[in-house]
Design a protein around this ligand. Structure first.
Ligand SMILES: [Zn+2]
Ligand SMILES: [Zn+2]
Ligand SMILES: [Zn+2]
Ligand SMILES: [Zn+2]
Ligand SMILES: [Zn+2]
Length: 299
């Protein structure tokens, strides 16, 4: 017993020692500009300084010695990196993934901490620089607040988001609605109109794994007859999801004509002589969140 346990701690010690050496080695191999461990293709200058592919594409010569970049790739360095254990480059955004270099290369393509382009330019809010430049997910909420002056939805119960507004009949549109906090996470309403259909969905400011844990009840009550009500129970989605995927899997869908029949008309007013006959309606929809594991409460 004693022998086994002392052997165990000895090998753990040597593992830690190896890891320390590996991280020192990786520090030597990092790109002089972005300070990240580069992935193939890795190039170097005529004097041998390595540089990552991204930084090289923005420069004309070596940032360390001004020598020209050589044509060839640095295969030994590439192979050392692909066989080393690396931390995700988006660790500052909150990613804690640690993988072998080749697996890390795959992870980086789909890391949810990489960031997203701001959805605001597509909606009723003014566009911003982040429609092009990626924004880390943990910073997205403060961006909505400070960059777009969006205020959270305050309703009588924490899992209820009540969205109301004016809906205009247009062929193709998308808009962000209110957002709310539930279970210490932030959810934002995303709605679409396409080919005479209206799509309602709720996005989690987070990854798809977390979004799978929540369901949302979408409910539209008639404003005309006070009796009709339609309900859907749909999963929430990650705001990293592409529009087509959301519309395909994570939406409650209803014809615009149904909403028209159950809403109050804003314009055109019945006695309006205006040639602009675009229909605008007052509408409201309720989003009620719950955990997947909870059974649906009957209201
Ligand atoms: Zn670089
Ligand atoms: Zn150089
Ligand atoms: Zn060769
Ligand atoms: Zn990552
Ligand atoms: Zn923005």
């Amino acid at each position: 017993m004693l022998t086994t346990s002392s052997k165990g701690s000895e090998s753990r010690f040597s593992e830690i020692h190896e890891l320390a050496e590996a991280s020192e080695l990786l520090a030597i191999l990092e790109c002089p500009i972005c300070k990240e461990v580069p992935f193939p293709p890795i190039h170097h200058c005529d004097r041998g300084h390595i540089i990552c592919f991204n930084c090289k594409s923005k420069l004309v010569n070596c940032p360390l010695c001004k020598a020209n970049f050589s044509e060839g790739r640095n295969f030994p360095v590439e192979s050392i990196i692909l066989n080393s254990t690396l931390k995700c480059v988006y660790r500052a955004n909150g990613c804690s993934v640690v993988l072998k270099g080749d697996a890390m290369e795959k992870h980086l393509k789909q890391c949810t901490f990489k960031g997203l382009s701001c959805l605001c330019h597509l909606g009723r809010y003014t566009s911003c620089a982040h429609s092009v430049e990626l924004l880390p997910i943990p910073k997205y909420l403060s961006h909505l607040r400070e960059g777009h002056m969006m205020l959270p939805n305050i309703s009588k119960s924490p899992n209820l988001i009540f969205e109301s507004g004016v809906l205009a009949e247009v062929s193709d549109t998308f808009w962000l609605g209110d957002y709310a906090f539930y279970d210490s996470k932030t959810f934002v309403i995303r709605q679409f109109m396409r080919n005479g259909l209206v799509y309602f969905s709720l996005g989690l400011i987070g990854d798809q794994q977390s979004a799978k844990k929540y369901l949302v009840n979408v409910s539209i009550a008639s404003l005309t007859d006070k009796v009709s009500k339609v309900n859907w129970s749909i999963p929430t989605h990650s705001i990293l999801c592409k529009e087509e995927e959301i519309m395909d899997k994570f939406c409650a869908v209803i014809p615009f004509s149904y909403i028209k029949a159950h809403s109050r008309l804003v314009s055109p007013s019945p006695n309006s002589k205006s040639s602009n006959k675009k229909i605008k309606l007052n509408f409201s929809v309720e989003y009620t969140l719950r955990h997947c594991s909870e059974s649906q409460s009957v209201s």
